[in-house]
Write a protein that binds this ligand. Structure first.
Ligand SMILES: *Cc1c(COP(=O)(O)O)cnc(C)c1O
Length: 363
């Protein structure tokens, strides 16, 4: 893609930025199994809370203290160990602005959430990218390259960004592996992004009191079904949170997100029920996709990485014409076939499987 730049010079890091392809538009009304969102919709309690917003609340700048206190209690941390952000995207931006200088090294393990590379590049960082090991020929399996990460940490990169479970591979890094990393890297900021933790059930959030170099992120975009309102969280020692606040914008989170979040945490069982339903549906969907000829990678998240080989890209396009959206991931694996499919309700998964059947039968 050729981009015409304005005559006014841009920051070097922006000039060099790999063009970011924004999420597609026009997804409303379709079966959206492409972005790992909650596939049912937000709780009615959220809509009720939004309706109760007053003109005064909307006219004044948002205040954070009371909601932060209640959210901190929900997450079992102290308010000064938590930062509210405009989604994890914004959290990454603040982390980079606070810790990463042009020329600092940022370590990532790909394929992973593409915003890690994006915000590191924007900050002018040098990116050191390792790869998940992906078994493509025999059994479907992905592996976190622990040895390589430990070796790369010897060069003291400024930051290491990890998604756990990882998107799009679904790989879970074990607590032992994370402990080894945190101990090996006292001079490296280690982000453990737990965007999908509800589907995996393990967390290192309590470790922020034990490891000064650990930052944990969470989001209300996935299980909590608030993606459009944009609310994320960073957790770390109070010293790191204080440092992040220095670089943060004054009002990153809007009042609608605050009110919605309060409604969500008043009914935590709703989030747990959704996560349990998705976990229950994950294995049957995996089996069905395998029976249709897909190679499915085991996942600890609310999505599956599936390899349909040569027909993959055509299948994704054909499903889209039937109003069924899944995410083509061919570009991240160097060959066609890979797609990422969000696990939905039993009915949604059935509709997906019928769509795949129609495609396979029509060839
Ligand atoms: C979806 C996702 C996020 C979400 O970010 P928000 O900006 O909070 O919506 C963060 N990290 C990973 C790994 C994700 O897959």
């Amino acid at each position: 893609m050729k981009v015409r730049l304005p005559k006014i010079p841009l920051r070097r890091s922006v000039t060099k930025l790999e063009p970011y392809l924004p999420p597609v538009e026009g997804r409303a009304g379709k079966l959206r199994l492409d972005f790992n969102e909650n596939s049912v919709g937000c709780s009615p309690a959220v809509l009720e809370a939004l309706k109760r917003l007053t003109p005064e609340q909307i006219a004044i700048y948002p205040e954070y203290e009371a909601t932060t206190k209640r959210l901190a209690r929900y997450f079992r941390v102290r308010p000064d160990e938590m930062l509210l952000t405009n989604g994890i995207d914004d959290a990454l931006h603040v982390l980079m602005d606070t810790f990463v200088e042009p020329g600092s090294t940022v370590l990532i393990v790909e394929p992973t959430f593409s915003m890690y590379r994006f915000y590191a590049q924007l900050a002018g960082a040098r990116i050191r990218a390792l790869r998940y090991e992906i078994e493509m020929r025999y059994q479907a399996e992905t592996r976190f390259p622990e040895e390589q990460v430990l070796r790369a940490l010897k060069r003291k990169p400024r930051a290491l960004l990890l998604a756990n479970p990882n998107n799009p591979t679904g790989t879970l890094i074990t607590l032992d592996q994370i402990r080894a990393i945190l101990r090996a890297a006292p001079r490296t900021l280690v982000l453990v992004d737990e965007a999908y933790f509800e589907f995996a059930g393990t967390t290192v959030l309590p470790w922020i009191r034990r490891y000064f170099n650990l930052v944990v992120s969470r989001t209300f975009s996935k299980t909590a079904a608030l993606a459009a309102l944009r609310l994320g969280f960073l957790f770390a020692s109070k010293e790191i949170i204080a440092a992040l606040r220095r670089a943060d914008s004054p009002y990153p989170v809007n009042i609608a997100a605050l009110v919605a979040a309060e409604a969500m945490i008043r009914d935590p069982q709703a989030m747990r029920d959704y996560a349990e339903m998705i976990i229950r549906n994950r294995a049957p969907l995996m089996n069905s996709l395998e029976n249709m000829g897909g190679r499915v990678y085991p996942s600890d998240a609310n999505f599956l990485l599936v390899d349909f080989g040569k027909v993959g890209t055509r299948m994704v396009a054909r499903l889209a014409r039937q109003g069924i959206l899944v995410r083509d991931r061919a570009s991240e694996f160097g060959r066609e076939g890979f797609m990422r499919i969000t696990v939905g309700t039993a009915e949604q998964n059935d509709r997906l499987l019928r769509g795949i059947r129609v495609f396979l039968d029509s060839r």
